[in-house]
Design a protein around this ligand. Structure first.
Ligand code: ADP
Ligand code: MG
Length: 248
């Protein structure tokens, strides 16, 4: 059984069809990157997986359970969500942000401190930052706190929406290395939206290409590089090859 399954899914905003005919399966432990032009439905796809958006047709299942009838509050406890600019609580310190969910879940103070320190280590942040507020951090540090906060509930799925879109190139490379390690170490299943084809091809074990609300291709980086399914995918891959000199 796949961990995440979309079956003939369509999604509308008002009269506008944003996604249609989406059928795909994601297995436990995959690192799926999602790429497509602005407005192609990437964010909507993530929101369907944590029940923030509702399909107008078809079915979304997580662990075999149809989200139309699932307990969404319970679901979201097992699904971490990281967005661009991290979406931190501005009035909470780093400690408060990372410890937010564990404290809601009733963690004792000692347990909470230990968990927060473990997570700081995972995302490589200095404990000295614990008392700072989000506005006192760099963009890269905020993203790390956002990742730590999402990992705090020990999710088995992480949904990440252009998480590194707003940081400089060097910070981005460091964050990419971190998330790759987190994936390898924890086995968490990741669905990661990006508009950077190089990022999509280097991080993803599979890459989902969306175009105008439909799946243009869903395959391994090798499959995209060697056998692009459409002219749009071929063009996308060419830009990655030109930029990086990756061998085709
Ligand atoms: N809440 C909403 N109400 C109306 N239209 C929306 C809403 N959210 C997204 N859309 C529209 O749906 C389309 C896809 O949006 P989105 O999933 O955010 O695309 P992406 O993340 O790929 O840029 C866009 O045309 C966007 O304007
Ligand atoms: Mg988006």
């Amino acid at each position: 059984m796949s961990l995440i399954a979309l079956d003939g899914v369509a999604c509308r905003h008002g009269s506008r069809t944003v996604l249609s005919g989406i059928s795909l399966d994601i297995d436990a432990g995959e690192f799926v990157t999602v790429i497509g032009p602005s407005g192609s439905g990437k964010t909507t796809l993530l929101r369907l997986i944590n029940g923030l958006a509702t399909p107008s047709a078809g079915q979304v299942r997580v662990r075999g359970q149809d989200l139309a009838t699932a307990d969404l509050v319970a679901l979201r406890r097992t699904v971490g969500y990281v967005i661009q600019e991290a979406g931190l609580f501005p009035h909470l310190t780093v400690q408060g942000n990372i410890g937010y969910v564990p404290s809601l879940q009733g963690a004792r103070p000692a347990e909470l401190r230990q968990r927060v320190h473990e997570l700081l280590d995972v995302v490589r942040l200095e404990p000295a930052l614990l008392t700072r507020y989000p506005h006192q951090l760099s963009g890269g540090q905020r993203q790390r706190v956002g990742i730590a906060r999402a990992l705090a509930a020990r999710p088995d799925i992480m949904l990440m929406d252009e998480p590194f879109g707003a940081v400089d190139e060097i910070t981005r490379a460091a964050l990419q290395a971190e998330i790759r390690q987190i994936h390898a170490r924890t086995g968490v299943t990741i669905v990661f939206v990006t508009h950077d084809i190089h990022e999509a091809l280097t991080l993803g074990t599979r890459v989902l290409v969306l175009h105008q609300g439909r799946v243009a291709q869903f395959g391994t980086p090798q499959q995209l590089l060697r056998h692009p399914a459409t002219e749009d995918v071929a063009a996308l891959v060419r830009t990655a090859l030109q930029k990086t000199g990756l061998p085709a």
